[in-house]
Design a protein around this ligand. Structure first.
Ligand code: HEC
Length: 255
């Protein structure tokens, strides 16, 4: 039986894609320690970015720095005034034009958590899944008395970070199914052990906005690209219209 070149090509493309998926899927699973949830972040949602910044500075910047980010840049990009940023977001002694330090001395972090809290400037690009990883991570803390601080996390097992948002989210416990053939127990679901001040849906928004802010922080230029992109499209549309008018003009006497 002879195959056409088209059929052969199609077969090899399908084979390649399937092969790639087979290689990448387990890697993605291993990196996330389970399925990641969609964060639905959007860089064009300025309200979400502003809320994410507020939450980041209130709940994360005590331990984490953003060394590649200056307060002045955040103000400019997120449509905030210098006063708003300095009063509501800057809890350190840094000036408006300076980078975001952790409010706490990193050495204390070492002593308290066994590990310094890493800089988060690029974390949304460093993690497979990006903002989805951060989103799922923030939602995956659970009580685990065997851990030094009493917290564990299914997305980042044995992380030395305590749940910074527990008052908002409430306290979760995790239910595991016994492992098959003596293997490790498999995570099944979370149960809300003690409700927080927010409903689960409201907490999802909190996790989304923080993930969105860190996505922006990892690549601030993407905001400008989005903004410029809109003008490029408008320009092209306008130019196409002009070209069409011109064509009408040239051809009007021909027919
Ligand atoms: C009490 C200090 C503390 C607070 C507050 C805190 N973290 Fe952490 N965070 C840590 C430590 C310590 C680690 C390192 C964990 C490890 O490697 O075991 C960490 C790790 C992380 C990581 C993984 C970084 C990497 O490179 O693997 C992310 C993402 C993160 N934190 C996000 C946040 C966010 C978002 C907030 C605020 C909602 C927050 N953290 C609040 C201490 C903190």
């Amino acid at each position: 039986m002879t195959e056409t070149i088209m059929q052969q090509t199609r077969r090899s493309i399908v084979g390649f894609v399937l092969g790639l998926a087979a290689v990448l899927a387990p890697a993605a699973m291993a990196a996330g320690g389970g399925a990641l949830q969609a964060s639905n972040t959007s860089l064009s949602d300025q309200g979400s970015l502003q809320n994410g910044a507020k939450l980041f500075f209130n709940y994360c910047s005590g331990c984490h720095s953003l060394k590649l980010m200056r307060y002045s840049r955040i103000a400019e990009d997120l449509g905030l005034t210098e006063e708003q940023v300095m009063q509501n977001l800057n809890f350190s002694t840094a000036k408006f034009g300076e980078q975001v330090p952790p409010s706490m001395n990193p050495k204390d972090g070492d002593a308290w958590f066994g590990k310094a809290a890493p800089d988060l400037s690029l974390v949304a690009r460093a993690k497979a899944g990006g903002p989805d990883w951060i989103y799922t991570y923030l939602k995956s803390f659970y009580l685990d008395p065997s851990r030094p601080l009493g917290w564990n996390n299914t997305t980042f097992p044995n992380a030395s970070m305590p749940n910074p948002l527990w008052e908002l989210q409430g306290i979760q416990t995790a239910v595991f199914k016994p492992g098959v053939d003596g293997g490790d127990p498999a995570f099944e679901r979370f149960e809300l052990h003690q409700p927080g001040t927010l409903s689960p849906a409201e907490f999802d928004t909190v996790a989304r906005d923080i993930s969105n802010f860190l996505r922006y922080a990892a690549e601030p230029a993407a905001l400008q690209r989005h903004a410029i992109g809109v003008w490029v499209i408008l320009f092209l549309a306008f130019f196409t219209f002009l070209a069409w008018l011109l064509k009408q003009e040239y051809w009007k006497d021909v027919h």
